[in-house]
Structures are given as C-alpha cells and as structure tokens.
Design a protein around this ligand. Structure first.
Ligand SMILES: NC(=O)CC[C@H](N)C(=O)O
Length: 305
C-alpha cells in the first residue's frame, strides 16, 4: 500500500477536472444549500495509514451512510432475530420505493433502503432509553470522536418534506412491523440521516468493518467476525439501491452511499476509503464518488474480486 497516497492524489486531481453531470439532492430543501464543488477523499487503513485530499475535513450530511451504524447497533441488540423483521435481498428499486412492501407483507427487502432503515429505527426505539442521545453516544464511542452531531436544520427540513418516509412508516405499521409510535420512529430516522461527519471521520468510524480484531477504547469488540462479514455482504449487495450491481461491477468493494454525496467503501482486512462530492447521478449516488472509486480500485488492483 506504499504507493496508495500518490495514486489517490493523481486520481483525485484527474476526477476533480471531470465534467460532473450529476445534480445536488434538493428534495430535502436544506441539502440544496451545499456548495456543489466540494470534493474530498480519505483513506484509513488497518496498518495505520491515514491521509486525504481536497475537502476531506469538511463536515457534510452523511444521510444514508448512517444506515450502516443503525444496522450495526440493532444487530448487536437483536442478533439473528433481526432478520425476521428485515430481509437481506437487493431490492432492485429506488431507495424510497413503496412498491414491494405490499407483496412482501411489510417486511422490507433490506436494511439499506428507506423502508428497511425505518424498521431498524423502530428496533432501536424499542431498545434505547433515549434513542437520539444514546445513538449519538454509540457513534462517538465506537469512533472515539466526541465531535459527531446531528444537524437539527437538516432533520427539520426532512421532517417537513419527508412525505414518502411518512407513507413508508405508516404502511409498514399497518402490517405490524413497526411497534412504536410512527412519529417517534420517524423523528429518530430523520435525526440519524442528519448526522454530519467529514471524510476523515467516516473512514475512521467504519474501520471496524475492515478489521475483525477491531476493539474500541474500552477494549470491547463492536461486532463478532461473523456479524461484520454479514454487514459487509449486505453493503456489497444492497449499499447502492438499484445501482448496487453497478457499484460491485465497477468498484468491487462493499460500500454505502448517501444523498449528501458521501460514499464509504471497505476492503476487509485492509482499509476504509471515503469520498464526498454532492452532485448525484440519477440513482442518487455521487457521480464523482463512483468514478473516483472505480479508478482507485482499478489502479491499485484492490477490489475484493
Ligand atoms: N439515500 C439516502 O441517503 C436517503 C436518505 C434520506 N434521508 C431519505 O430518507 O430520503
């Protein structure tokens, strides 16, 4: 990995100049205010490499990338019982689709589409005394970083415009797969999506998925080896909604995107790499982020395949 820094810098400069045909998400009004030219990358490796380029130290809205964190905590609480509430199959549909839920009797296809993430939030609301506070505490603890926070403006903006998520949550509740009050579950979901982090912070917090020996400051492991394997598997097959196949095909790593323009990708046993560029392609994934990671795994020959 000695040459990674040079390769990443070259690709960064190359992709920076590419004409970006994507568009910043504006269905959550607060997200539209971002400077669309932001572009940052950061890599953190198990063998202690840590470097980034561009806007890698600017906070941004991690949106659906947070779904890995909520899944991790729910999986810790529930173990394999969790899969009775949410499946592990790619949906092949947009992230906010309602289409399959009726045929599937309210059991979402996977924890990374909105429907699945809302069920995961319901599981956490059942387990946590003070969900918003306790979840933030969990994130701060696993990354040893007190500087992780919600962006209340973004959470509020999504609350007043999140009609589809409100519909999803109510629809799932009609099948009995939401146990708590719909407003409480959605308030928690909108807050989780509003978490802000930098590329550097993101590449640090997810190192536990690359390193099976990973333990936090308190000496506790975050997930068992088998649980980490499974979360990586769901990231590979479902992390990019109806573009998950394309991401595996072009990049070849487990990963997860968010409509804030962030992407996290894991190479098990090696590194976590993150990229942020707010303009999204038609499927809601960062246009330059995908391009950067494709060039990165190609040049370094470091996909998992
Ligand atoms: N893909 C995403 O990042 C979607 C998250 C966003 N908060 C939503 O619920 O629509």
């Amino acid at each position: 990995m000695d040459n990674y820094k040079k390769i990443i810098e070259e690709i960064y400069l190359d992709v920076k100049n590419v004409d970006d045909i994507g568009k910043v998400a504006n269905y959550i009004p607060e997200l539209a205010h971002i400077d669309e030219n932001n572009f940052g990358v950061h890599l953190t490796s198990i063998n202690k490499l840590s470097f980034g380029f561009g806007d890698c130290n600017k906070k941004f809205s991690i949106q659906s990338v947070s779904k890995i964190l909520s899944l991790t905590l729910a999986y810790k609480f529930e173990g394999a019982k969790l899969w009775d509430r949410v499946d592990v199959e790619p949906s092949g549909n947009p992230f906010n689709s309602l289409l399959q839920l009726e045929a599937d009797f309210g059991k979402p296809r996977n924890p990374f589409i909105n429907a699945g993430a809302i069920v995961i939030c319901d599981v956490l609301v059942s387990h946590l005394k003070n969900p918003k506070k306790d979840f933030l505490e969990f994130c701060r603890e696993i990354s040893d970083n007190k500087n992780i926070n919600y962006n209340e403006k973004v959470a509020e903006s999504e609350k007043i415009s999140g009609f589809r998520n409100v519909a999803l949550c109510n629809f799932i509740k009609s099948f009995g797969n939401i146990k708590n009050d719909v407003d409480d579950v959605l308030d928690f979901y909108f807050h989780i999506c509003s978490i802000e982090m930098t590329c550097k912070e993101l590449s640090e917090i997810f190192l536990f998925l690359a390193d099976e020996q990973y333990i936090n400051k308190k000496g506790e492991s975050i997930l068992t080896e088998s649980q980490a394997k499974r979360i990586n598997a769901i990231m590979l097959t479902c992390g990019f909604y109806d573009e998950s196949g394309e991401f595996a095909f072009r990049v070849g790593l487990p990963g997860k995107s968010g409509v804030g323009g962030g992407i996290v990708a894991i190479h098990p046993d090696e590194y976590c790499i993150t990229v942020w560029s707010p303009k999204l392609n038609k499927k809601g994934n960062s246009y330059k982020g995908m391009l950067f990671l494709e060039k990165f795994t190609t040049k370094t020959v470091s996909s998992i395949f």
